[in-house]
Design a protein around this ligand. Structure first.
Ligand SMILES: Cc1ncc(COP(=O)(O)O)c(C=O)c1O
Length: 473
């Protein structure tokens, strides 16, 4: 790199093109070769320190050399959550169109906080959020915004509930959710100033769903004792088992009791694109606020979540502050400033990737991809039921199955054994499966929402799990 390009932090057209093509080639190779790579690769901290620790460089390095390091040392020491055999946590079956959209967003770098600075980006966000609103059957006045992830969206949704139902006065207030609710809800509540006394975590029923009887009993007791119930957080697909809380019943209950219904569909809401999922999610359209994570089951690269609020003006009532240096951006009601709808002023143009991929593939392709996730989970369940060494713990639901390796060992040893199977899976690298805990039982959990997963991937993964279990036993 010559002195002039360093001074202007700029490259020549020729250099930009060369590096750009090299970068795209690298990504395309990743997409092409992913299936044949090991899923897991975890380096030790020592290895990583030795590879990357260095003083901040005063002088530049040839970017081609840096790309080489990135390819050989950085993007090899990661787990591929977009791999067709990554079944742990929540996989992300990224799509290349959205990758291009993210590259374009980085290149043009629009400021998606105000209409003045990027009217088209704001309009694309309005349109794409509205597409989601329609998919989830929410009324026309519903709207929302794109955020970094489900954690942020849960926090922002509950902040609106706090504003609307409590006028931000949280003393004595109570929010209700089940023991299967994602930890981001509790973290969000903490950040919003709620303490343990404000949080009522109810034990879930035998199907890991919020029990409406228990909820109504608790709300009644709390009201009698002078507390102020204000919100119920419902799950539209729990992370552990994919179970869906009784959304229709919860919606009527919340309406009657004057409570806000926040639905965390970060993982499962996209299941609505499948006919079975649509049935399970009945009532989701009644949410006061709803979280959907396109970076989970809408096949997008990180980071993109969507928060929909039944009356989108409530977002503005909660977050809008207009300082003197932003007065020029406040022009007319038609000009939407997304900085007024959440906590981020400077925002990236997250909508582009979802918009571009929906336009390119069409919603029907997304529907088929989601249905594939349901089917592969059911196929996995079928194979587990046929295997005498494995036991289904919760059936395939929303693309998630939990099961475990069984033997006549006492329960505690069996828990250890199932955890050790995951250690072996990680070392083996063929697939990635993680454990979770359901009540006292450690179980293996497979989330099969990558449409590129094949039945053979599932067969071979289960064969390995069985073999590792037998080796450990
Ligand atoms: C149900 C649910 N809610 C919220 C979250 C948090 O989302 P994120 O990791 O995007 O912040 C997750 C993450 O897996 C989830 O499964």
């Amino acid at each position: 790199m010559n002195q002039e390009s360093e001074d202007y932090l700029q490259l020549s057209k020729k250099q930009m093109k060369k590096l750009g093509y090299q970068t795209i080639d690298m990504i395309v190779k990743h997409f092409e070769e992913l299936r044949n790579k090991p899923v897991t690769r975890k380096a030790s901290r020592l290895d990583m320190e030795q590879t990357f620790r260095e003083p901040i460089p005063d002088h530049g390095t040839n970017p081609e050399h840096i790309l080489d390091i990135i390819e050989k040392e950085i993007f090899t020491n990661i787990m591929y959550t977009d791999h067709p055999r990554f079944f742990a946590f929540v996989p992300t079956a990224n799509n290349f169109i959205s990758v291009l959209a993210d590259a374009l967003v980085a290149g043009f770098n629009p400021f998606a906080g105000t209409w003045l600075e990027s009217s088209s980006a704001a309009q694309i966000e309005l349109v794409t959020v509205d597409w989601l609103r329609r998919i989830f059957g929410m009324p026309e006045e519903a709207g929302g915004l794109f955020l970094s992830g489900g954690s942020a969206a849960n926090l922002i949704g509950i902040a609106v509930a706090r504003r609307v139902k409590l006028k931000d006065r949280i003393a004595n207030s109570v929010v209700y959710f089940s023991d299967q609710t994602h930890s981001s809800v509790e973290r969000g509540l903490k950040v919003l100033g709620f303490s343990e006394e404000n949080c009522c975590k109810l034990p879930s029923d035998d199907n890991f769903r919020l029990s409406i009887e228990m909820l109504s009993q608790k709300v009644k007791e709390d009201k009698i004792s002078g507390k102020i119930p204000f919100c119920v957080v419902a799950n539209a697909g729990t992370t552990n088992t994919g179970s869906v809380d009784p959304l229709n019943d919860l919606a009527s209950f919340c309406k009657n009791e004057g409570l806000w219904l926040h639905v965390d569909g970060a993982f499962g809401a996209a299941g609505i694109l499948d006919s079975k999922g649509e049935k399970l999610l009945q009532g989701i359209d009644h949410a006061d606020s709803l979280v959907i994570d396109p970076h989970k089951w809408f096949f997008q690269p990180y980071e993109i979540s969507c928060l929909l609020v039944r009356n989108s003006m409530l977002l503005k009532d909660t977050f809008r502050i207009l300082p003197e240096y932003l007065k020029d951006t406040d022009r007319s009601k038609e000009e939407i400033n997304f900085c007024d709808y959440g906590t981020q002023l400077t925002r990236s143009f997250r909508a582009l990737k979802l918009w571009m991929s929906l336009k390119c593939f069409g919603l029907n392709a997304f529907r088929r991809a989601v249905t594939k996730g349901f089917k592969i989970a059911e196929y996995t369940e079928h194979l587990v039921r046929e295997n005498p060494l494995l036991e289904v713990i919760t059936p395939a639901q929303m693309g998630i199955l939990t099961f475990r390796f069984i033997s006549d060992l006492p329960d505690e040893r069996l828990n250890e054994l199932n955890r050790s199977i995951v250690d072996k899976i990680i070392i083996d690298g063929y697939a990635m499966v993680a454990t979770t805990q359901l009540r006292d039982r450690v179980v293996l959990r497979m989330c099969t929402i990558n449409p590129r997963t094949t039945e053979d991937d599932i067969r071979q993964t289960l064969q390995r799990i069985t073999k590792f279990g037998q080796e450990l036993f």
